[in-house]
Ligand binder design. Structure first.
Ligand code: SAH
Ligand code: SF4
Length: 382
């Protein structure tokens, strides 16, 4: 397990307006004895204009600005490093308050650009093939730190004024952490991603990926309309419980029931769940297992995304051969599924990024970068 970074950041006592949803910000202004339309003005400055200086929010009036400066701030997380790949992928290592580091990756492809966002520093769920899981859990990100990754991506292209839609068209919650273990902050951040006063991204183009925190997924169905990906990785409970320990608490049947309920709650009847399946050589990549998976998912509204395992130091797992991946893929395609294979992007900056972040965090994080670069690409396809 990687030791958390030691805090270098001062404790902030002022409220951070960056992560506040419209209703929260309206309440904030009402509590200050102000009109609630101030929330809209401030949100436009922050999320449309990229402005962090409250003093520059000219339509607020001088007295209000002075009052706000005493108690509030707009504080995005801090970029520690940024790397560009020759294929256009850009990655940021981001320092959050308290000293933890997370990563965000932007993967452009054609007219689309998908941002892979982290929700926690580390993760408590300890999936056997995941380097984040191996680090253990450090802390939840705040809503400001989650949506702040979108803010930073747009800022880094200097694109707030020129229309941010071109910089981030899609978001996948597939960086570090289990988003449903940080429920309220993730829901608030996704609200801001979708909101017109936030980033105005279509609900279909924001995807939450979960390893299967069923009660939280059941709750999410009542208040969210984003796309859903579930990390299945095995065709039966015996194997899944080894790979994804939370399966012992919420087995496959429960997860599929909850995911179906989530999809059924959406107004749009054409939506499907993305089933993620990390292929590990000799563990879950055999044709028999593909057939078992095809049977398991029969009648389940989904497309399948195969992710060849990205190895990391200390892991005994291996990535399957291209042939093994093709064989697995073919069985599912023959059974009538839409199946994509995730490819890794930004290979050339993995090393640089790994080296750089390796100076401050454990080298095992390299595979984290590797994985994140490949993360986003296939999920939105189709
Ligand atoms: N915690 C969430 C989201 C972050 S992980 C979840 O588990 O769904 C995003 C995806 O990357 C998951 O499908 C996860 O299983 C997969 N993943 C994790 N480690 C990996 C690795 N070493 N190689 C390939 N995929 C990996
Ligand atoms: Fe956590 Fe997801 Fe990694 Fe599992 S795969 S340890 S849930 S981040």
């Amino acid at each position: 397990m990687t030791a958390p970074l030691i805090a270098t950041t001062a404790v902030h006592s002022r409220v951070n307006l960056l992560g506040m949803t419209q209703p929260q910000l309206e309440q904030f202004f009402l509590d200050l004895g102000e009109k609630k339309f101030r929330a809209q003005q401030v949100m436009k400055w922050i999320h449309h204009g990229g402005v962090t200086d409250i003093g520059a929010m000219s339509n607020l009036g001088k007295a209000l600005r002075e009052k706000l400066l005493q108690i509030a701030e707009v504080r995005p997380p801090e970029i520690v490093s940024q790397h560009d790949s020759t294929d256009g992928t850009r990655k940021w290592a981001v320092r959050v308050a308290g000293g933890g580091l997370v990563e965000a990756v932007l993967i452009p492809e054609g007219t689309r650009a998908t941002l892979c966002v982290s929700s926690q520093v580390g993760c408590s769920l300890d999936c056997s093939f995941c380097s984040t899981g191996k680090q253990g859990f450090m802390r939840d990100l705040t809503a400001a730190e989650i949506v702040g990754q979108v803010w930073l991506a747009i800022k880094s292209y200097d694109a707030f004024q020129s229309g941010n839609g071109r910089v981030v068209t899609n978001v996948v919650m597939m960086g570090m952490g289990e988003p449903l273990m940080n429920f309220d902050n993730v829901v608030a951040a996704m609200d801001l991603m979708l909101s017109d006063l936030g980033y105005g991204i279509s609900k279909r183009r924001v995807t939450l990926s979960t390893s299967g925190v069923v009660p939280a997924l059941d709750r999410l169905a009542e208040l969210s309309e984003v796309s859903l990906a579930i990390s299945l990785h095995a065709p039966n409970d015996a194997l899944r419980s080894q790979l994804v320990p939370i399966n012992r608490k919420y087995p496959i049947a429960e997860l599929l029931r909850s995911a179906r309920q989530y999809i059924d709650a959406q107004a749009d009847s054409k939506r499907v769940v993305t089933v993620e399946y990390t292929l590990i050589a000799g563990v879950n990549d055999q044709p028999d297992q593909a057939r078992e998976l095809a049977l398991l998912l029969k009648d389940f509204p989904c497309k399948i995304n195969l992710i060849p395992f990205n190895s990391f130091p200390g892991s005994e797992y291996r990535r399957p051969s291209g042939n093994a991946v093709s064989r697995f893929w073919q069985v599912l395609v023959d059974a009538g599924y839409i199946v994509t294979v995730r490819t890794t992007r930004g290979d050339d900056i993995d090393a640089a990024c790994g080296q750089l972040v390796g100076q401050v965090v454990d080298r095992t994080r390299r595979s984290e970068r590797h994985r994140a670069a490949g993360q986003a690409r296939e999920v939105e396809a189709g």
